[in-house]
Design a protein around this ligand. Structure first.
Ligand SMILES: *Cc1c(COP(=O)(O)O)cnc(C)c1O
Length: 368
């Protein structure tokens, strides 16, 4: 989608907040543990190259979800280690070797395809994924894992790491987490030898199970200043949200009692009132279920009335405001604030989804 730069709707990204959050995590994690920033999905909507470049000096590497995201970082001038967390197409292997991108190996079936391709594997670096209970990708037993290691090594592939991923590290009940941890440790204990880097911690594990970090941590949601548990668990130290979503009033009118607003005429003014229109809609990631939620204008909460359209929303104003009056969707206005978690709770989802869904139509504007 074309980024619409001649429109007041913008995602403001405070890069220094991301820097601060990483420094906070580093201060609370063992020094010799590698800190990798997870910048998949355009750095959770914050802008992959801009974020990665800004924090390049204070992290040990980056994690992305696929080869295209990895190549975007390389094209953006980033030289540090990049690990692709998902399963890659076999056709991507030469690109990974050429651009020094680390791939994840998650099954013997994938290895069969790799061997059948007769590609040259010289220079390929991989991490093996263990499925300790997440149930998405990875080896579930030590025997096929050991076989994969042997086959990779005899093909000249460098097996640099083994990792797993926790399904419930953001929950108050730690029983499933403990089960997964025991499963992972059990599988590792049955291997002939361990590669240099063993990692299991995402943001939630790094925050609330800091005693279980291994050689590296994969930090996603938390570096953007978002609580991975939503509002379930409290953050153990200060973290600053990096993204605000803002716009302006582009149209303001007074309507009489009985006037309808928006598609489906779902809102009818019950008295004379002022209605403001803002150029942001579901095509920007402000989904239709935001009807009934608030925006902030001049430090006051103003309800979204009528349906959210593709490109516009309408809000009820307490008084007649001039065109160009600032509007906050996520962020602060006076003493009021709306967080990505507040938005997520209105939608019955998680803050991850709220920031990822802010579409390419919204320009990312960087502070610092
Ligand atoms: C996305 C992802 C992460 C980062 O998770 P956060 O909760 O955002 O820290 C870490 N590891 C894997 C395998 C992932 O897919």
């Amino acid at each position: 989608m074309k980024t619409s730069i001649h429109r007041p709707s913008q995602a403001l990204v405070d890069l220094s907040a991301i820097h601060f959050n990483i420094e906070q995590l580093k201060a609370h994690l063992p020094q010799d543990v590698e800190k990798w920033a997870v910048v998949k999905a355009n750095a959770y909507g914050h802008g992959a190259v801009a974020v990665s470049s800004y924090i390049d000096d204070i992290v040990d590497g980056f994690c992305v979800s696929n080869i295209d995201e990895a190549l975007e970082l390389r094209e953006g001038g980033l030289d540090k280690k990049i690990l692709i967390l998902g399963v890659s197409a076999i056709e991507a292997v030469p690109l990974a070797i050429q651009h020094k991108i680390t791939l994840t190996v998650a099954s013997l079936e994938w290895l069969d395809l790799l061997e059948a391709s007769s590609l040259s594997l010289q220079g390929l670096v991989v991490h093996l994924k263990v499925d300790s209970g997440m149930g998405r990708i990875g080896f579930r037993d030590s025997q096929p894992l050991q076989e994969a290691i042997n086959r990779l090594q005899s093909a000249g592939v460098q097996v640099e790491g083994i990792f797993t991923h926790f399904a419930t590290a953001d929950e108050a009940d730690a029983s499933k987490f403990e089960e997964q941890l025991a499963c992972f440790k059990g599988i590792l204990a049955e291997l002939d030898a361990l590669p240099p880097i063993i990692h299991a911690s995402n943001s939630a594990t790094s925050l609330w199970h800091a005693d279980t970090v291994m050689n590296a941590v994969r930090l996603g949601d938390i570096i953007y200043g978002l609580n991975p548990s939503g509002s379930v668990l409290e953050l153990p130290y200060e973290i600053k949200p990096a993204l605000s979503l803002v716009s302006e009033l582009v149209h303001v009118k007074e309507v009489k009692a009985g006037a309808d607003v928006g598609y489906g005429a779902t809102y009818t003014a019950d008295e004379g009132q002022f209605i403001g229109t803002i150029p942001l809609g579901y095509a920007d990631g402000w989904t239709r279920d935001m009807q009934g939620f608030d925006v902030l204008i001049n430090g006051q909460r103003c309800p979204i009335v009528g349906r959210v359209s593709m490109d516009q929303i309408t809000v009820r104003l307490p008084e007649k405001y001039p065109l160009g009056t600032p509007v906050v969707f996520i962020g602060k206005s006076g003493t009021e604030s709306i967080s990505a978690t507040d938005v997520a709770e209105k939608r019955g989802t998680i803050n991850y989804e709220v920031v990822c869904l802010i579409s390419d139509r919204v320009p990312r504007i960087y502070k610092n």
